[in-house]
Ligand binder design. Structure first.
Ligand code: SF4
Length: 450
């Protein structure tokens, strides 16, 4: 008989119990204050596993996992930081005024990029469906209400706005009913991505409540259920010795038992996150129930902007039976001035890393920007005559006719996002721009779905 393991409990840290992170006592008072200032704007939460197992405390503040989970001074511009710091030091009035400064800064940081709030939300019976996005024909995203937080928050996260407590920036579904009705009316949807936050913060009972309605025989056209999660990196105990671990695995296994594909879209940002032996154990347990693990991450300055790290990460993932899936570009939101890597550099990192790994790891696509028209991949940098160009293509698009169509932009070594690229060969705009405008005006072409 298998021996019962000792259960472990999840312990989190926020600004309220920072003192319990003993290693933080090494910080100077000024460093500690900076952390507290920046954490007024960006969400901050970490946990004992990250603090004890992943961060190299002999190397802070440069340590990549420290950069990944602890707010950094450089995430705010000097003027923003100084305004906030003055207000916090008491030089600038009440907590209401402080909150006003915080909100002003938050709203200036493009909290919902790529039209997430206004362009991707579908309608049912003439009303928008809360907590659902449908951007690409075959895939719908579902944001369960109970999954809109994470085991720890990533400093670079493009969904940071969901975690900061401003009501109108929250995005989540209170129940499954309307989503299931929408799915029934849309046989073109083959994939549902359950996402967050991190849906794997949910306990087994909640996971079951989300998954079981999707297994309804009337949803036969739904073939793949994907779960976007960072839990394998931030809380692998979830699948091993958390008090609820067996029930969680059982809830997930129902997808496979119902004849559907269970895809765990695992977020790993740095090879160190794959080192603890419990990560391999958690991955194995998911694979035993039939899940396929695919991996993704953006390229992030201060964290993983080095081809050697990507090589190492992809090699280790393949060794653990995971499939490298996406290298993303850091999105145009939040503290992106601190984290963004120029597109040209991101492409070089991808190219250098991918050419050094075996074919099994060359499944990773990218670098890809999740932009308004779709997922734009940088395929290469080409030289024609004496001029350089970015060669681009949409690997996913609002209009499926745009998929795989190559297009070109003038080379710009500093550009960090699609909207900073000028079309090449004398064009005034890219081929999808006029259709996007038309879609916005008429409410068609996959921009607002009915
Ligand atoms: S775990 Fe994912 S959703 Fe949560 S903060 Fe990190 S990147 Fe964002």
């Amino acid at each position: 008989m298998a021996q019962k393991r000792t259960e472990v409990r999840f312990k989190q840290y926020t600004l309220n119990n920072l003192d319990e992170i003993f290693q933080l006592q090494e910080l100077t008072a000024e460093q500690r204050f900076e952390l507290e200032v920046v954490a007024q704007v960006f969400p901050f939460k970490t946990n004992q596993f990250v603090v004890d197992e992943l961060i190299d405390w002999s190397n802070i503040p440069a340590d990549p996992i420290y950069q990944l989970t602890f707010p950094q001074r450089g995430m705010l511009h000097d003027d923003e930081f100084n305004r906030l710091a003055d207000a916090m030091r008491g030089g600038n009035g009440t907590s209401k005024q402080l909150q006003q400064i915080v909100n002003e800064i938050r709203y200036s940081l493009n909290p919902h990029p790529a039209g997430q709030m206004d362009m991707n939300v579908p309608e049912l019976d003439g009303e928008k469906i809360e907590g659902v996005q449908h951007k690409y024909d075959e895939t719908a995203l579902f944001f369960p209400q109970a999954g809109q937080t994470c085991h720890a928050y990533c400093t670079f996260c493009f969904r940071w706005a969901q975690f900061v407590g401003i009501d109108e920036l929250r995005f989540s579904a209170p129940s499954m009913d309307r989503f299931v009705r929408y799915l029934k009316a849309h046989p073109e949807i083959t994939d549902v991505l359950i996402t967050g936050g991190d849906p794997m913060v949910m306990n087994s009972k909640m996971i079951r409540k989300v998954i079981e309605p999707l297994l309804d025989p009337a949803l036969e056209h739904l073939r793949n259920i994907r779960i976007g999660t960072k839990s394998l990196a931030y809380w692998p105990h979830k699948y091993v010795d958390d008090p609820d671990a067996e029930e969680v695995l059982d809830a997930l296994s129902r997808v496979v038992k119902a004849g559907k594909h269970l895809a765990v879209m695992a977020h790993f940002n740095h090879p160190r996150e794959l080192e603890p032996p419990i990560v391999a154990e958690a991955a194995k347990r998911l694979q035993v129930i039939g899940a396929v693990l695919r991996t993704q991450s953006p390229v992030i300055r201060h964290i993983n902007d080095d081809p050697g790290l990507w090589e190492e990460m992809w090699r280790r993932q393949v060794q653990l039976g995971m499939i490298p899936y996406y290298m993303f570009v850091e999105r145009d939101t939040g503290a992106r001035d601190y984290f963004a890597v120029p597109l040209a550099r991101a492409y070089e990192i991808y190219r250098e890393a991918i050419r050094n790994v075996s074919g099994l790891a060359r499944t990773a696509r990218g670098p890809s920007m999740s932009a308004t028209p779709g997922k734009v991949e940088i395929q290469g940098i080409a030289e024609v005559g004496n001029e350089k160009f970015f060669v681009l293509r949409l690997i996913q698009a609002r209009n499926s006719e745009w998929v795989q169509r190559p297009f070109f932009a003038r080379y710009d070594p500093d550009a960090t996002w699609l909207n900073q690229l000028s079309p090449a060969f004398g064009e005034s705009e890219q081929f999808f721009h006029s259709q996007l405008r038309k879609g916005e005006l008429e409410g068609i072409s996959g921009v607002t779905r009915m």
